[in-house]
Structure formats: C-alpha cells, structure tokens
Design a protein. Structure first.
Lengths: 156, 156
C-alpha cells in the first residue's frame, strides 16, 4: 500500500482543527467513487508501473489535528492495485466497499465489507481489486510519524 | 463517548502481533450486532446512568500492535447513548451502520453510513442512536496514550 507517502509539507498544519462532521456524499451511481464534503481526492502516489487505479482521501490527520494517527480512504478501480511494498510502520485496514484481496507475505486473503486487516512491521503487502465493475474501497490508519515504504519486486 | 477508558492492563501486550485478517461476521438478521471473528465484544464502560446500550470491540491496538492508535467499534442499541463527556485527546469517528447523532458542544448533527466526525480536544460530545430498531455502529480511533474522560452534566 502507498499509505506511507508523507512529504514534510503534509504534516499537520500549524492551525489547530476544530470539531467537524465530514459528510459522506455517495454518488447515485454505485460505481462512482466514495467522496466526503470538503475532503479532496488525490492520487495515491506519483505515476508508476507498480500501482494502478488508486485514489486517496485523507479524512483526518493532515489538517490541524494533533492525533498520533491519520485516517485515509483509498479506492482501487477494477483491475487496480496498490504497490507491493514493505515498511516498518503498521497498517490497519477496514474495508468499506467492493471485493478485493490483500497479500500478506506469501498469503493472499479475500476481502469484502467489514473485514479488517492488521499489517505487521516489515510485512510485504499489497491490496488489489478483484471485481469487474465496482471500486474496492478501504480505510487505512497509520501513525502520523512513519517511515517511507520500500517497493518490493513482484517475484519476491 | 467512552472511548477513553484505558486501564493499564489494556495497554498492548508484550508479545508483538503478527499480520492478520479480522473477518467480519455479520449475523443474518440485520438487527444483530456487528462482530468479527476472534474479536471479543465487551461493555463500553461500567454500568452507570450516563450511558445505555453500548458495546465495544477493539479491532486493533490492544493485542500486541505497536501502533500509536487504537481502532475500536462501538455499537449503540436503539434508545441508547454514550456518556456526555470531554477530554483532551481527540476522537475520529466513522459511521458503519444505522442512524444516529453526535453532539459537538451545543450542536447536534445527524449521522449515517459513511459520515466521519473529528472531535477536537475538550469538546463536549455524545453519540446517540436515533433509530427505532437498528443498532447505530461506528468506528472510533484514538491515540493509544490518552487522558481519561470527564463526565459532563446533561444541562451543561
């Protein structure tokens, strides 16, 4: 997963955040991306052959909150996947929509709504959409202070 | 919210956790609680007049993970509510099922699937199920190291 991109300019701003509700705005067409009012959707990472069709929305942790964690929503288009990678920091994933799978080391696990995943330090991992039409979407929570991911060759 | 109960014996165990999938096991009857394989469901807090009908399941952060956060799922029965309280640490809430509302200071906001809430430090807050039959369920993420909540009188 690309969860670990943390350029210094994305660390929480100096202005403390006030309480807020981030209103969910699902599109009428179930094939559209999940979005939240006031929450920008960005690329998962810079373009690369290692990943495809992944968007990212940061719900908390980059706009003045002082949490030790960040809550992000990733959505993977049909045929898409995150980067196969590892890093010291841990992931906690919670699936919100669609059908997909997670690779943890050498094992692949199917995932659908409600399934949660803990990715231990240095575990090689990747998330993939296995459905033909619906996006595969999941929350991913990480520590605010974390190391950068290291890409792993697919044959590893 | 009662999110902030952290007796010292619930801090992460000494044994590091390995990667795992926590498989979602929804009951056939939609009125049943959300549960995950291998994840115990406990009381939200000790019995008190300040809350009613709330259960708690800790998905990550209390069983050997080294995350700076904990992911918990709270479910509020019809007619139920969490404690009206405040604390220095922040909450991030993500609604998974049902219909409810959150009080933030003096304002009450309706909530349903997908809505997310950021509760700033020292904000008086409470979550309540507003539906007649369905449970109101939400994820709540907090820092592992956090202060204890202070109950607030309803008239405050």
């Amino acid at each position: 997963m690309s969860v670990c991109e943390l350029p210094s300019n994305r660390v929480s701003s100096a202005q403390p955040a006030g309480s807020r509700v981030m209103r969910f705005r699902p599109a009428a067409d179930g094939s559209e991306p999940f979005i939240w009012q006031g929450v920008p959707v960005t690329d998962y990472k810079s373009p690369a052959a290692s990943h495809y069709g992944v968007s990212r929305a940061v719900l908390a942790g980059e706009t003045g909150e002082r949490t030790a964690f960040q809550l992000r929503y990733f959505e993977v288009a049909p045929g898409g996947n995150t980067t196969l990678e590892r890093h010291t920091h841990e992931h906690v994933v919670f699936v919100l929509r669609g059908q997909g799978e997670v690779r943890l080391g050498e094992t692949v696990h199917p995932l659908s709504f409600g399934d949660a995943v803990y990715v231990a330090p240095n575990e090689v991992h990747q998330l993939r959409n296995t459905a033909a039409q619906e996006p595969f979407g999941f929350l991913c929570i990480v520590d605010t202070i974390r190391d950068r991911p290291v890409e792993v060759a697919p044959s590893a």
